[in-house]
Design a binder for this molecule. Sequence first.
Ligand SMILES: Nc1ncnc2c1ncn2[C@@H]1O[C@H](COP(=O)(O)OP(=O)(O)O)[C@@H](O)[C@H]1O
Ligand SMILES: [Mg+2]
Length: 141
Amino acid sequence: MKLKRITNTPEDTIKLGTEIGKKLQPGDIIALKGNLAAGKTTITKGIAISLEIEDEITSPTYTIISEYYGKIPLYHMDMYRIEGSEEFEMLGADEMLYGSGISVIEWSERIEEYLPENHIIIDIQRQDDCSRIITIEGLEL
Ligand SMILES: Nc1ncnc2c1ncn2[C@@H]1O[C@H](COP(=O)(O)OP(=O)(O)O)[C@@H](O)[C@H]1O
Ligand SMILES: [Mg+2]
């Protein structure tokens, strides 16, 4: 089933992220889809709030993976700059995916072959104004 939400501000998107975060279980994997500046990192900030992470969530574009420790570990990944599957495995990312933390992956299209069938998909579409159309698949809110 697909759930559709519209947010009008970054704060709305963070709030939706907290709603999502409350429903997550250890081991869950979220594929975050949407163009540059759609709000993928913004929604992750909300997820982190629900996981009681106190560190600030920043874009992992250059680090590729950021680990945060709250109620459940959060692995925030951004595959935009990943060179290929060798780099992915060298970073230990494949093991994180199958561990008991929560993985949130921006640009997951690039490592699609590592995604188990059972993952959550959040797609964020930027509109001409500040609104975002956000669809959620694989998670009930
Ligand atoms: N409704 C909205 N939801 C999320 N972000 C928004 C919204 N409106 C404006 N923005 C802005 O869009 C940008 C989204 O950036 P970011 O979350 O880093 O995107 P991404 O990780 O998808 O590249 C931020 O500067 C944010 O303030
Ligand atoms: Mg981002």
